[in-house]
Each structure stands twice: as C-alpha cells, then as structure tokens.
Design a protein around this ligand. Structure first.
Ligand code: NI
Length: 395
C-alpha cells in the first residue's frame, strides 16, 4: 500500500467527528442492557441503511450485520463493535448523562457503536479503493459474554477471512493505541455454589450443620487451587464475588449461596480449573457436613491475537496515530467475548486510548459510575478501523 491511501483519512474522519459525538451522546443518554438493545440497534441500522449498505437486523439478539462490497472481488474482513450498557447508576454529572436510572454506558460501548458507524461511513465512499468486502458486526450482549456466540450461531462468520475489533481504554490517553501479540485478555468461567446445612438456634451449633462456617472454609480453600496447584508463571484469578446466607445474628441458616469467577490466561489451564474447584468444594463441604451443589459455566476463552493481524493493525495505527503513539498493551484477565470470534477466524483485538489527553484529569476505569470517554477517540477510532480495512483490501 502507498501512504496516499491513508493520508486523507484523518481529515475525513475529523469532518464527521461532530456527527459521531452526537450519535455517541444520544446512545449514552439511552443505555440498553444486554439483549435489550432495541433502540440502539434501530438507530444504528437506520444510519447504516442511509449509507446504502445491505443491512440485516435481529442477528443474535439485536445484532446488526451490514455489508459493504468493494469495487473488485477479494477477501472479506469483519469489523465488530458491541452495543450494550451496564446496570450501573451513572455519577458523571455530564449534561448528556444516562436518562435511565440504574443503567449506564460505563464501558463505552456507545463509543464503540459510534466508531464502527464512522468507519462504515468513511469506507462507504471508498469502495473504489477496496478489492473485497467489509462486514460490519454490531453485537448485542457483550457484557454477559453471550452476544458473540449468538451471532456466530447465526452464521455471521461465514465467508469471513479475518476479523478486527477494538475497545476503548480510559487509562490510555486519546490519540494512542495499544496492541499485543498472543494472549491479550483472560478466559472467564462463572460458578454458582449452594451449600446446604441444617439451620437452627445460634446457641446450639451441635444440633445444626452450619453452612456459613463451611462457606468460609471453601472461600479460603479454593484459593489454594491458584497458590498450590498452578504454576506461578500461569496467571489465574479466582474471585468469590457474592456470599448470601442468614438473616439474623443468632440463627444458623439452612443454606448459603456463593457466586464467583475464574479467569486464566491459557486454554490448558482454563480446562483444568473446573475439576480443581469441584474437588476442593465437595471435599471441604463434606468435611463440614454440608451438601454442595456447584454450577460451573465456561463463558469465554482466552483472547488470543494472531501475529500477522497484529502487524496489520499496528501498520494502520502507525499511519493514523503515528508509531510514537502505539504502545504495547499489558495483558489483563478481564474477559471480552471477541475471543469467541478469534476461535473461528484469525484477527486482532486492540485498545484505543480514550482517556484525558494531558493526564491532568483523573481517568475513571471501565465499569466505574464516573467513567467517561474523551470523545477525540471517536474519529480516531473510525480512522484506524478504516485504515485497517484499506490495509487489508486496498489495491
Ligand atoms: Ni466493554
């Protein structure tokens, strides 16, 4: 590719910046939770229709598939954004804050939707530069790790050769991007545990079976799966996120419910964790005379980037943001269901800086009630995704 194909992209993206900011703010005011993205999807679909793309709706929930065909035949790449919000009460105080109590775009999926629309708009007037086609995937329900799977089941990866996606990162200033070869994000398994004992008077533990003591032992014992059974060079996190049991200081309850998550950085380790937890939980429960019922679900695999595709993304970032603004991403055990696409087709997922440009202001992290994005990232993200497409399909 010559540099000419890229050099008009930044000004072109800048020219649609206002539109992207308005769209993102509109979405921000009306956050919709996973698998409830009806209005978000309707808004995006209308805009994509107006660009003259072939648009299908209701794919894997409220997902949208929009197709752009280049002027010459060639491979097909997919670009993906997620659209769902979180059950969080917004505390940013912004004039365009969430208008819906208890719901918030606290992960910036409103920005992702606007960025991908921006890329579609930039590419729709560059069809004559493309040999091949671009499939835009606007996905439901990323936050509950269900949307990617649902879309793939509906065939969205058929005839797709490569896939690319991004996530905003508020701790990285807008204008920068971060890439990583190999594993970028962790696998996520979810578990729910019910411990049943025998309730009764708090003064007579001998006549009861106390599930709270058993739960306490289990919370501690499952950590030993990490500290004593897995190599210290293989990252694993086991987090018990909720414990519910009992209602009074002087009563031994009948049962205790726990939920938690297991995160790993390799497929091999992920595969072993369920059995380890099962053994530690059932034998600890038995030691404390309780019944244990464990429900364990592998939600998403490790997100592993493909080397060639990381290189393509880096090339595009260097053209748009400059190589000085490209950094190596740190690995993180948070999950992202983009990993499910990458199990089917090669591709790359990367971080787009969305934080304060100067670093003077405090950046709140993803999923924080004061999270917000630096809107400069919208046009930059659209330009980078466009550059990736031209990098892969340009001639
Ligand atoms: Ni997110």
């Amino acid at each position: 590719m010559t540099n000419n194909a890229f050099h008009d992209l930044l000004p072109a993206a800048k020219a649609i910046e206002r539109e992207l900011i308005d769209l993102r703010r509109k979405l921000h005011q009306n956050p919709e939770l996973s698998f409830e993205e009806t209005e978000t999807s309707a808004m995006a679909a209308k805009l994509l229709n107006d660009l003259g793309l072939e648009v299908r709706r209701g794919i894997g929930g409220h997902g949208i598939v929009a197709e752009l065909t280049g002027s010459r035949p060639g491979p097909r790449i997919a670009l993906r954004a997620d659209m769902d919000a979180l059950p969080i009460q917004e505390e940013t105080g912004l004039p365009y804050s969430s208008g819906i109590p208890g719901k918030m775009h606290a992960c910036g999926h409103d920005a992702h939707t606007a960025i991908l629309y921006g890329a579609a708009k930039l590419l729709s007037v560059r069809k004559d530069q493309l040999a091949g086609s671009v499939r835009f995937l606007f996905q439901s329900a990323e936050e509950i790790n269900a949307g990617a799977k649902a879309m793939i089941e509906q065939g969205v990866l058929e005839d797709v050769d490569e896939i690319f996606g991004l996530h905003n990162l508020p701790t990285l200033p807008a204008g920068k991007a971060a890439t990583r070869y190999g594993a970028l994000m962790g696998s996520v398994d979810r578990f729910e545990l019910t411990l049943t004992g025998k309730g009764g008077h708090g003064a007579m533990p001998d006549q009861c079976v106390d599930p709270i003591v058993a739960a306490s032992a289990i919370v501690m014992s499952i950590q030993s799966a990490v500290s004593r059974e897995i190599s210290p060079f293989d990252p694993v996190v086991v987090t018990v996120g909720s414990i519910h049991g009992g209602a009074s200081y002087n009563v031994i309850p009948e049962r205790v419910e726990l939920t938690g998550a297991v995160r790993t950085f390799s497929r091999n380790v992920q595969e072993t964790m369920q059995l380890r937890l099962q053994r530690l939980i059932s034998q600890s429960a038995e030691a404390y005379r309780c019944e244990a019922e464990l429900r364990y679900v592998q939600q998403v695999p490790v997100l592993v980037n493909h080397n060639d595709h990381v290189r393509h993304v880096e090339d595009a970032i260097d053209h748009i943001l400059g190589s000085d603004n490209r950094v190596e991403a740190k690995p993180v055990l948070a999950g992202e269901d983009f990993s499910v696409y990458l199990e089917h087709v090669p591709g790359c997922f990367f971080w787009l800086g969305s934080g304060p440009a100067t670093g003077a202001e405090q950046a709140y992290g993803l999923h924080h009630p004061k999270f917000s994005v630096n809107e400069k990232c919208l046009s930059l993200g659209a330009a980078v995704l466009t550059a990736i497409s031209i990098q892969r399909l340009g001639f």
